[in-house]
Design a protein around this ligand. Structure first.
Ligand code: C5P
Length: 211
């Protein structure tokens, strides 16, 4: 499941995994945990060489239950810490660095193993799991995306959130390594007019048709 921020990927992926009894992996959380750790270490996240030198972050995805996905850094659960504005505004700069992507790609493939998992991100259908049974690419109008994200994050306005989403989209889509793009064989769903339950039902139907 790929798509830009606020397109409904997380809620949809978790809902689909829960309905189908599958595991769940949020690769965005891995990039966020890496970013959180870099900021803690005082790394200048706008300096790709400095970021590349510190990809040894002790982060671990320790749970793939869609109801309680768990990611730790040095044994500490960072679920809340990785959702702050500070991490959100730095994560795309860290994700652009090829060494970061290489390290996390290895771990993502290890976790995916032989399958039975819903994986969300930006490059899952194109790079991480090009042989996935079902690929879904979610989009939504920028305003709908910003409204959803603002509701999730305290202390921000829709306008500020929309500007940040569009800035991240630009970096995520324009980077050289594994940019945000739809795989040729992905199903595109524009979630703007649908409720979450409707989108989950559409994706579950796609999975059931494919298997
Ligand atoms: O999905 P989420 O908004 O939490 O992702 C945070 C950031 O992580 C994205 O803006 C993007 O820069 C990066 N990311 C990525 N590749 C992925 C997942 C996330 O580059 N597969």
């Amino acid at each position: 499941m790929d798509g830009p921020s606020g397109s409904g990927k997380s809620s949809t992926s978790r809902g689909v995994a829960t309905r189908l009894g599958l595991r769940y992996l949020d690769t965005g959380a891995m990039f966020r945990a890496m970013t959180w750790w870099m900021l803690q270490q005082g790394v200048d996240v706008d300096d790709p060489a400095a970021v590349a030198a510190r990809v040894d972050a002790p982060l671990m995805v320790s749970g793939t239950d869609p109801q309680a996905p768990t990611i730790t850094v040095d044994g500490t659960d960072v679920a809340a810490a990785i959702r702050t504005q500070e991490v959100t505004s730095s994560v795309s700069q860290v994700s652009v660095v090829p060494e970061v992507r290489e390290r996390l790609l290895r771990e993502q493939r290890d976790i995916i193993g032989s399958g039975g998992i819903v994986v969300e991100g930006r490059d899952i259908g194109t790079v991480v799991a090009p042989d996935a049974d079902v690929k879904v690419y979610l989009t939504a109008d920028p305003e709908a995306r910003a409204t959803r994200r603002t509701a999730e994050m305290a202390g921000s306005t829709v306008q500020a959130t929309q500007a940040d989403l569009l800035r991240r989209d630009r970096i995520d889509s324009g980077r050289a390594t594994a940019p945000l793009t739809m795989a040729d064989d992905a199903h595109h769903i524009d979630t703007t007019p649908y409720t979450l339950d409707e989108v989950i039902a559409q994706v579950v139907a796609l999975v059931e048709q494919a298997l």
